[in-house]
Design a protein around this ligand. Structure first.
Ligand code: XMP
Length: 315
């Protein structure tokens, strides 16, 4: 994409061709799906129905933040509450791929119901090139097998429409700036949400721990960015491990869990390097996490591994 304005015009024309009636749009609040939603709104107007599925796996304050973004953009957004459904689907599952499959299936079932209600089979999704490249050659046509919706089940009657399919992240960001999408430099957040940041069983309580720890990492890193002590990293977040370690609170010994802090730089998420975060920032994060989650989190660790050999998320 050399020229974002030209891409926008072409994408709007392609969307009109691909969608004869109404369409639902999978919105997550991320840059990719927000750009896709703006383009769909431009192309289809009232026929476009952006949906934010509240999986119960979103970050602190995320639903309200996404609603505010869409209000600013003048694009209508419907929030579909589905936390119990997602947690139910994940009950007792620890295998990361199985988690993704169940999340993907639940997303698709929710989207199918919402599409039915609107008399359509078209689902607009903000898939970008690294999503399908990383999903592997044989699966390329099923899209996002391990990204976002885990692949559309073969019995689904939804037809995917993917206006950003050939773009890379920096190109989507250029488009986001053109479309005045706020926070065009917002960090990526995976479609399966905090489920890929909760190693081991995904329970409401463990998701809540990961959510609190994530919010603290984001706040402290954002503060350092604002103060000019850290250049904006590509991604910064916390992961809850299924590892227990003894700690002390006051006079009591407690058996809590461990949280990993991950801060990486990248240009396209295909490779990444661990950022050398100032030690005092890390100490502040550890202090806040163990204080806010006293008794539940007794260790805060820092991940110094690049991708490859690691991935960015822990799963
Ligand atoms: P990994 O962990 O594979 O992640 O190195 C590469 C980038 O992709 C993000 N990610 C996802 N994004 N849906 C998404 O939209 C997903 O299922 C998903 N899984 C990982 C991850 O945050 C990183 O930016």
């Amino acid at each position: 994409m050399n020229d974002p304005a030209r891409f926008r015009n072409d994408a709007v024309a392609r969307l009109r061709d691909a969608v004869p009636g109404p369409a639902i749009v999978a919105a997550s609040g991320g840059i990719d799906s927000t750009v896709a939603a703006v383009l769909a709104h431009e192309a289809l107007g009232d026929r476009s129905h952006p949906l934010l599925v509240d999986t119960g796996l979103l970050r602190a304050g995320e639903v309200a933040a996404v609603e505010a973004t869409f209000r600013t953009l003048g694009v209508p957004l419907t929030v579909v509450p589905a936390a119990d459904r997602f947690l139910g689907a994940l009950d007792g599952v620890t295998d990361p791929e199985e988690k993704r499959r169940r999340i993907g299936r639940t997303f698709i079932r929710v989207f199918e119901e919402e599409a039915d209600r609107r008399g359509t089979d078209r689902l607009v999704q903000g898939t970008i090139a690294p999503d399908w490249i990383e999903s592997g050659g044989a699966l390329r046509d099923t899209i996002k097998t391990h990204h976002n919706v885990g692949g559309v089940p073969t019995d689904s009657r939804l037809t995917l429409v993917e206006p950003l399919r050939d773009l890379y992240k920096d190109e989507v960001r250029a488009l986001a700036e053109l479309l005045r999408v706020p926070e065009a430099h917002r960090q990526p957040f995976p479609g399966p949400g905090l489920a890929v940041r909760v190693n081991g069983p995904v329970t409401a309580e463990r998701v809540a721990i990961a959510r609190t720890a994530n919010a603290i990492v984001e706040e402290e890193v954002d503060r350092a960015i604002a103060a000019g002590t850290l250049p904006r990293p590509w991604q910064y977040f916390a992961v809850l491990l299924p590892v227990r370690a003894v700690g002390v609170t006051g006079d009591n010994r407690v058996f809590g869990e461990a949280v990993v802090v991950r801060v990486v730089d990248s240009v396209d998420a295909m490779t990444a390097t661990a950022v050398a975060v100032p030690p005092e920032l890390l100490r502040g994060v550890a202090e806040r996490i163990t204080r806010s989650l006293a008794g539940r989190v007794t260790r805060v660790l820092f991940d110094v591994t690049d991708k490859p050999p690691a991935t960015i998320e822990w799963e």
